[in-house]
Every structure is written in structure tokens, then in C-alpha cells.
Design a protein around this ligand. Structure first.
Ligand code: GTP
Ligand code: MG
Length: 203
């Protein structure tokens, strides 16, 4: 018999934070470096296997551009779960996430499971030492270019704009699950959807 239960899940968040990319990672285990903005919303499904049951996620991946904001209630209506995404390199995207959480807590199903996801974690993680183009036994004197505390920092690294502790404290206070993710490397993505699934009540 098919024991899978359908769970309607909606993704919300500012444009370009990586909602579609997180879903693509979860559903197809792929990443597209130049993913185009979503128009309206996209619908995808994916099974999620827990120890004692299987859920079938019905995922509404909404468009973050402001002109689509008024469509959102159609997608979060009756949703059992929501993932509100921000970008760890963009502080304003956490403010936008907070406003989505407020809207969900006022207007969505009162039992909705909400997760906050800080995406693009790969951009703020130190690259491996070999990737930054320097070598330990190079020709240059040790003190020529080094800045205290920056040893090993790669040039391409983007500064983090949202400290983990800040977002985590907000999530705890608002009663949300909290994750940091990278759609690019896949870090945290399966955990995000699996931990949400564990919180969905068995009917
Ligand atoms: P809208 O559909 O306009 O709301 O955007 P979105 O939130 O769906 O963002 P999307 O997934 O389209 O990603 C926007 C851009 O960020 C794309 O170029 C992605 O390749 C890139 N991106 C998404 N996630 C990540 C990530 O985890 N790491 C890095 N480095 N880039 C990412
Ligand atoms: Mg999108």
C-alpha cells in the first residue's frame, strides 16, 4: 500500500535569494549558476523518506519579485509547511524574510511549520588554502601582503552580512526551524526538508 502523505509546502523570500535553486537541489540534486527569476510560481514534487513514513512534498516555489507579492496568499493558503529563505550575504533579505514570517503567522494555517533558511552559505565559507592562488613556500616575503587575521582568506570570498547567531536567535524567538544552506554545494538542503517533515503531524 502507498503510505505516502501529501504535504503542501510553499517557499517565500526576497528575489534572487535562491528559493528555486534550493528546490532544484532537493528535487534533482542539481545546481544552475545562472538560474532565471521565477515568474508567478513553479510547482514541483518530491518524496521525503523518514524512518517510519514517506511524505510527498507538493512544493510551490513562489516568485520573489515585488510585483508578484499579491499572488503569495494563493500559494500559502492551506500550506502545511513554509520555507522562508534569505541570503546570508544580504542583510535586507533577512528583513524581508521576517516580514514574510509575520504575514504567514497572521494569515496562513495556524499549525503551519515554518523554517527559516539562510542560503548561499558557500559564498562565506573559507575556500581551501590551495584555491586562493597563494602558496606557503612562495617567493614573496611573508610580511609583504599579509594582513593580521586574513591569512588564507580567498579573494573571491563574499562578506557575511547576517551572523548565524543573529538569525538563529530571531528564529528561536519566532518559533521557527532554522538552517543555513547552500543550493550550490547541497549543504543543509536535505536536512531542511527532512526536519520539516518530522514536524508535520501524522493524520
Ligand atoms: P526569484 O525566483 O526571482 O524569487 O529568485 P530565487 O529566490 O528563486 O533565486 P534563484 O534560485 O533563481 O537564484 C538566484 C541566483 O543565485 C542564481 O544565479 C543562482 O544560481 C544563485 N544561487 C542560488 N543559490 C545559491 C547558493 O547557494 N550559492 C551560490 N553561490 N549561488 C546561489
Ligand atoms: Mg525562483
Amino acid at each position: 500500500s502507498d503510505k505516502s502523505v501529501q504535504v503542501k509546502l510553499v517557499l517565500l523570500g526576497e528575489a534572487a535569494v535562491g528559493k528555486s535553486s534550493v528546490v532544484l537541489r532537493f528535487v534533482s540534486n542539481e545546481f544552475q549558476p545562472n538560474k532565471e527569476p521565477t515568474i508567478g510560481a513553479a510547482f514541483l514534487t518530491q518524496k521525503c523518506r523518514l524512518e517510519d513514513r514517506v511524505l510527498r512534498y507538493e512544493i510551490w516555489d513562489t516568485a520573489g519579485q515585488e510585483r508578484f507579492h499579491s499572488l503569495a496568499p494563493m500559494y500559502y493558503r492551506n500550506a502545511q509547511a513554509a520555507v522562508v529563505v534569505y541570503d546570508v550575504t544580504k542583510a535586507s533579505s533577512l528583513e524581508k524574510a521576517k516580514s514574510w514570517v509575520k504575514e504567514l503567522q497572521r494569515q496562513a494555517n495556524p499549525n503551519i511549520v515554518i523554517a527559516l533558511a539562510g542560503n548561499k552559505l558557500d559564498l562565506v565559507q573559507p575556500k581551501s588554502p590551495a584555491a586562493d592562488g597563494t602558496s606557503i613556500d612562495g617567493d614573496e616575503p611573508d610580511d609583504a601582503t599579509a594582513t593580521p587575521g586574513e591569512a588564507g582568506a580567498a579573494e573571491s570570498e563574499v562578506p557575511r552580512a547576517v551572523p548565524t547567531e543573529e538569525a538563529q536567535a530571531y528564529a528561536q524567538e519566532a518559533g521557527l526551524l532554522f538552517f543555513e544552506t547552500s543550493a550550490k554545494t547541497g549543504e543543509g538542503v536535505v536536512e531542511l526538508f527532512t526536519d520539516i517533515a518530522k514536524k508535520i503531524p501524522i493524520e
